[in-house]
Design a protein around this ligand. Structure first.
Ligand code: CA
Length: 227
């Protein structure tokens, strides 16, 4: 998952980014003002946006309105100061999905974001399953046939993205866009490397293969062979 954090307080922005990268395994891009944030939101495909209200250049509310006017359906979580609370009703009407009042607990921010992303992809609970492959996204645990698997963080992120879209073929470009922020070098073979790792851990001991490569199109997780 890839998240945009639009927040002008440098320390808070850095703490949020670190918590999401290390705690949730998300790729994170940070914008320090509203104009930069809107630009990021319009030029990248994010799984969620964390948006502060009081921002230089363009307010959070303007960023939200312009995003929604442009048709973006990305979940948006608003960060608000205590005295901005009366604005919340208006913001929810403008298309915000959730909000947190500062100061907040970073674990709560992570849980709320996870829930927003999950719901935006049509899942109401934190557990995903395809066949006997199960992922508990709240506890970052993956099991196949009841056996817990040890995945490296990128394998987990890749599998999480695919399992949120069961049976759908996802292109390598799309995976790179959602799993890396713009500070990473986008070497195109990294996805193959992590897919190979997942295949080894998930499919090697089983007659039913779940990780599929559709040549020229991308990858998917499903029980049957894709056509
Ligand atoms: Ca601010």
């Amino acid at each position: 998952m890839r998240i945009a954090v639009i927040e002008d307080e440098p320390r808070l922005a850095d703490n949020i980014a670190a918590a999401l990268r290390e705690g949730s395994g998300y790729a994170v891009d940070v914008a320090r003002d509203g104009a930069e944030g809107l630009y990021l939101a319009q030029t990248n495909s994010y799984d969620a946006v964390v948006l502060d209200l009081m921002l230089p250049k363009l307010s959070g509310r303007e960023v939200l309105r312009k995003m929604r006017a442009g048709g973006a359906k990305t979940p948006v979580l608003i960060l608000t100061a205590r005295d901005e609370k009366e604005l919340i009703v208006g913001l929810l009407n403008d298309g915000a999905d959730d909000y947190l009042t500062k100061p907040f607990d970073l674990r709560e921010l992570r849980a709320r974001l996870q829930s927003l992303i999950r719901r935006s992809q049509g899942h109401a609970v934190a557990k995903l399953a395809i066949g006997d492959l199960e992922m508990d996204t709240a506890r970052a645990i993956v099991r196949r046939g009841g056996v817990t698997l040890t995945l490296v963080p990128m394998e987990y992120r890749l599998l999480e993205y695919l399992m949120h879209r069961p049976g759908k073929v996802i292109s390598k470009t799309k995976l790179l866009e959602h799993l890396y922020d713009f500070h990473w070098e986008k070497f195109s073979n990294v996805i193959e490397v992590y897919i190979a790792g997942l295949r080894k851990k998930i499919d090697a001991g089983s007659s039913v293969k779940l990780i599929h490569t559709v040549r020229g199109h991308g990858y998917c997780v499903r029980e049957e062979e894709p056509e």
